[in-house]
Structure formats: C-alpha cells, structure tokens
Write a protein that binds this ligand. Structure first.
Ligand SMILES: C[S@@+](CC[C@H](N)C(=O)[O-])C[C@H]1O[C@@H](n2cnc3c(N)ncnc32)[C@H](O)[C@@H]1O
Length: 448
C-alpha cells in the first residue's frame, strides 16, 4: 500500500476505544471512528510496527445493525460515536472492544458482563464546553470540538447527554456574549477573552453551578452575567456562579476563582451519602451510574467489618466513605487539595469519623503512612497507576485489591505489572457510565 492510496473494505471488529479493524490481503488496517460491519472508504496513512493505519473518508454502507442517529450534532460533534446502535448494541460493542483489547495483548480475563447505566440519556452531571468559532474567522460558538478538528467548535444546544438546563444555559449565554460582542480567546496568539463554560448540576438535588473560564484581558461585568443566568427559565436552582480568572496558556480550566453568586460548591448524593462538589474536584459524571459502579466495587471485597481500608486516588472521598460505614478505619489519598478539603467536609457532613484524607501523590504519601491495610481500592485517573506505585501497593501483600479504571488501555498496562507482582484478575465487570460514547468503566478484583 502506498501513502495516500484510497482503500475500500469492511470493518471486522472494534478495538477500544474507537478503532475499527479490517483487512486487505491479510494486512490488518486500523481506522479511527469506523465501526464493526461498516463498509468504508479510507485513505492509507502509515504503518507503524506492523500496524497499518488509514483515515476514514466515508461510510459507504452502514453495519446491518445500525440505525439513524438520534442527535442533530452527530456528524460534527465527536462525542457519541456509538449512537447509531440501540442501547444494548452499543453496550455489547463496548464489551467486545475491551475483550479484544485484552485478548490481543495475550491476557485471559474473565469478562462477560456489562452493567447498564440507569439512564441512557441526560445522565451527565457535568459538561465542559469550549468557546470557539464555527470555522476559522466564523461566528462565536459554544460547545464541543468538532470531530477531528481541534480548532473548530460546534454549538451543541441539542446535546442529549445532559438535561434541558444545560441546553438553556448554553444557548442563553452564547446569545448574551454574541449580543455584547465579547471576543473568544485566541489560543494561537494568546489574545481575547472567552475560553470555557463549565456547568455542573447535582442529579439528586437539582443544584446548579455555572463557571465561566475567561482571561482577565477584557473587563468582565460579573453582575450582568449573573443577571442573565438568573433570568433563565431553569428547572434546577442556581447555587453557584463562578468566574475563573484563566490567564494560563494551556487549553484547560484553571485559575483563581471569584464567586459571583452563591457558594463555591454544589451538593449531590451517591449511595445515600451527601457530597460537596467544588469546581476542581473529580466527581463521577454519571451520578446514578456511580451508585452501581461503587456497589460493584464494594461487592468485590469479601468483608469490610473491622478492617483498615485504603482508598487510593480518593477524589472527594466517595469510595472511602462508603467503606467507612463498615470498616474500622479508612485512609484516603488524593492529589488535589480542594478535593481533599471537600472529602473531609463531606465525611463530617455525613457523620463519618473513621476516615482520614491525606493530600499528595499516592506513592509519596504512602511512604509516610504507618497503618497497614487489609483492603485496598484504587481508582486512578486515565493515565493509570504506573509501575512504582503498583509495586508499592502490592508490597502490602494483601490477598485482594480492587481496581476501578476509566481507561482499559492503562488498566492493561498496570495489570501486567500487578501480574509480575503475583496478582491475577479473578473478576472483571464493565459499568456503562458513558452511554453512546466509546468510554466505559472497568472494575476488577485482583487476587494474590
Ligand atoms: C478517577 S478519579 C477517582 C476519584 C474518586 N475515587 C471518585 O470516584 O470520585 C481519580 C482521582 O485521582 C486523583 N489523582 C491523580 N493523580 C494522582 C496521584 N498521583 N496521587 C493521588 N491522587 C491522584 C485525581 O485528582 C482524581 O481525583
């Protein structure tokens, strides 16, 4: 095959998270965003270590099980690649994708089950939108980056992943900023104003947080911004309106927070426990799914009574506080200070007094912890745990460890280190926390 050559073939299967694999003359060709059963045209790009890669040009024939997409943003927004399946179809595809990933790497994992999300639509409790333009120099937009085009943003005011309040806020604020002619921030020349809009809504409380992330280069009328929001016909209640003074060069929400209205947190609850969630704290984005995720993880621990438990990568202390209801003592470790502060307040609010939350990198903090654990649950971010921390965690030599992962790829890398340390996967379950997207949570029990 020559670079740039046009290819037509059928996708045989998918690999996590969004790669379709087909073959021509015995060569396996990998195509991002193509789906099992589709006949596609693609442009051959390169081969890397015996892996042939091509760029999807067109779906010539849909897979026999596909139907029309349900969202008008489907062709532009890169968010929900699996929405041409029915709910069970996309769940099964995720199962096969993760199975293929592990099989190809030579792992024999006991994976046969995917737990459904309690809600297939409007399940998200947080959306992070970007300001941009529809095309270079085009009108102001607010929403998600276009599929495969990092500079263009599509306004997603009909998105089905979050509820009507998100759509009302997105459309109302976009119209407001267009009306006052506020400039978007240009990340190439580092000039301008509007960067991101974060909206959080407590699923069980209806409390809403709206945070505008913008530079300080342009004067900002915070009072007018609050008034616009307060005049919107929202079903939930506005409890927190924030201005994030974001003069950083990276395309991330960060910077000093000014509270324009209300408080700097909202409340939500999981497994009958209440949680304060501030802007920078991690909180599972599918609240009702989180009940099932944590229940699945806790069920993998044979007995918590009287045990010392480590909740590693603890966020706002969700898993730790669930364990604390039976355990003797829980130690949570988390790197984001705001999340640790929230975890301590949450525990006090929930009347839990046997949890200690420590701030810092898991590896570094464990070095100073004298307690020896009976139970360890790890729930790392997308980049996984890494070798030195896996070695540290396994050095406690406990019979079982529970691993909750939002990234099967890094989970697989970590599992090979766990294996070298004598731990095998004895149970693995997927929890569909992100319907219609290619993402999924994995919960595993590792046994010595
Ligand atoms: C997937 S979240 C899990 C949070 C929590 N278990 C939950 O379910 O809400 C991962 C957490 O790890 C934290 N984190 C990332 N790197 C870390 C590190 N090196 N040491 C400690 N915590 C870390 C992140 O800030 C984030 O809160």
């Amino acid at each position: 095959m020559k670079k740039g050559e046009l290819l037509e073939f059928t996708i045989d299967y998918n690999k996590y998270p969004n790669v379709g694999v087909g073959s021509i003359d015995g060569k396996r060709i990998y195509v991002k965003n193509a789906i099992e059963g589709q006949k596609i045209s693609a442009r051959y790009q390169k081969s890397k270590g015996g892996r042939y890669e091509a760029k999807l040009l067109e779906v010539i024939e849909r897979s026999p099980v596909e139907k029309d997409s349900f969202c008008e943003h489907f062709n532009e927004c890169g968010g929900c690649m699996l929405q041409t399946f029915d709910y069970d179809g996309q769940k099964n595809l995720k199962l096969k994708m993760v199975q293929n990933l592990f099989e190809e790497a030579g792992f024999d994992v006991p994976l046969t089950e995917v737990i459904s999300s309690p809600e297939a639509f409007e399940y998200r409790n947080k959306m992070e939108f970007s300001f941009g333009d529809a095309y270079k120099g085009g009108p102001l937009t607010l929403g998600m980056h276009k599929k495969g085009r990092h500079n263009d943003v599509v306004t997603v005011d009909h998105c089905h992943l979050a509820d009507e309040d998100y759509r009302t806020i997105l459309r109302g604020l976009l119209d407001y900023f267009v009306k006052i002619d506020a400039p978007k921030y240009n990340k190439h020349i580092h000039e301008g104003f509007l960067k991101h809009l974060v909206v959080r809504k407590g699923k069980t409380t209806g409390e809403i947080m709206v945070a505008l992330s913008a530079s300080t280069q342009v004067p900002f009328d915070g009072k007018a911004f609050v008034d616009v929001l307060k005049n919107m016909p929202l079903k939930g209640t506005l409890e927190s309106i924030l201005y994030v003074k974001n003069d950083g060069l990276g395309d991330v929400v960060s910077g000093e927070i000014e509270v324009l209205y209300g408080r700097d947190y909202i409340l939500d609850s999981v497994m009958r426990l209440n949680f304060k969630i501030n802007l920078y704290s991690f909180f599972q984005t599918n609240t009702l799914g989180a009940n099932l995720l944590y229940e699945t993880a806790i069920q993998m621990i044979p007995d918590l009574d009287g045990k010392v438990c480590f909740d590693l990568f603890s966020g706002t202390g969700t898993i730790g506080q669930i364990m604390a209801q039976k355990a003797k003592k829980v130690i949570g470790i988390e790197i984001v200070k705001d999340a640790v502060d929230a975890a301590k307040e949450n525990a006090a609010m929930n009347g839990i007094d046997n949890c200690t939350f420590l701030c810092g990198d898991v590896f570094d903090v464990l070095a100073g912890v004298e307690d020896k654990p009976d139970v360890i649950v790890v729930d790392p971010p997308r980049n996984g745990i890494g070798e030195k921390t896996v070695v540290k965690v396994t050095s406690y030599n406990i019979p079982e460890i529970v691993y909750v992962s939002c990234n099967p790829k890094t989970l697989m890398e970590d599992l090979s280190i766990f294996k070298k340390q004598g731990y095998d996967v004895t149970k693995m379950v997927l929890v569909d926390m992100f319907p219609w997207t290619g993402h999924v949570e994995v919960v595993c029990r590792l046994t010595k």
